[in-house]
Design a protein around this ligand. Structure first.
Ligand code: ITT
Length: 201
């Protein structure tokens, strides 16, 4: 059975492929089937945006599609950037460095610790079929200096206090043990297996 990863984010693609590696499911990336879709994420929740992405990719491909909507929530900023994490920087096509720089500028007026969490909602569906969801959360803290080369997005400034390392200082295997995305995909795994993996008789 084939499963299309309904994301254009290369960092997410790598992590999800590794997370689902052991399952007997053939994972397909959008570019492998010539699919170039930019879904308008105008939902009011992660769940709605994940569903919009999963549905759009499933309809365009005819395959089962798995989407991820995620974001970083910082308490001192009342939960921002949250749903707007990808668009968070006052420039037209922000890079990860632009987003991190903007976040740190917004935080300078606030005292530390800058308590934060990553949140992810994974969703999968097939054309007009039911949409299955699961959520994962990873708590941590934002720090003012970047540390580490791994991961993507806000990882170099997201500290895991119990590990004394940022998310970017973990290997991908370590990140996949505890990240918001790993927790969401883990929670969705039994449903994925039951629904799309062919039964072995
Ligand atoms: P797709 O919609 O194509 O999946 P995207 O990057 O636009 O890709 P989102 O809309 O879910 O994805 O935006 C989430 C943003 O939150 C992402 O661009 C990163 O800036 C940040 N983010 C999400 N997960 C992260 C992680 O594991 N580590 C660091 N930053 C993360």
């Amino acid at each position: 059975m084939k499963l299309l990863l309904a994301t254009n984010n290369a960092g997410k693609q790598k992590e999800i492929c590794a997370l689902l590696e052991a399952l007997e499911i053939e994972l397909i990336l959008p570019r492998e089937i010539g699919l170039d879709l930019d879904v308008t994420e105008d939902g009011e929740t992660y769940r709605e945006n994940a569903a919009l992405k999963a549905r759009a990719f499933a309809e365009a491909s005819g395959l089962w599609a798995l989407a991820d909507d995620s974001g970083l929530e910082v308490d001192a900023l009342d939960g921002a950037p949250g749903l707007y994490s990808a668009r968070y920087a006052p420039v037209p096509h922000p890079t990860d460095a632009d987003r991190r720089g903007h976040l740190l500028r917004e935080l300078t007026a606030h005292s530390r610790p800058w308590v934060a969490r990553f949140r992810c909602v994974a969703a999968f569906t097939h054309r007009e079929g039911k949409i299955y969801h699961a959520q994962g959360v990873c708590p941590g803290e934002i720090i003012p200096q970047e540390r580490g080369e791994g991961g993507f997005g806000y990882d170099p400034i997201f500290l895991l206090p119990h590990k004394k390392r940022t998310m970017a200082e973990l290997t991908m295997a370590e990140k996949n043990q505890l990240s918001h995305r790993a927790r969401a995909i883990q929670a969705l795994r039994p449903t994925l297996l039951e629904i799309i993996r062919p039964k072995v008789v």
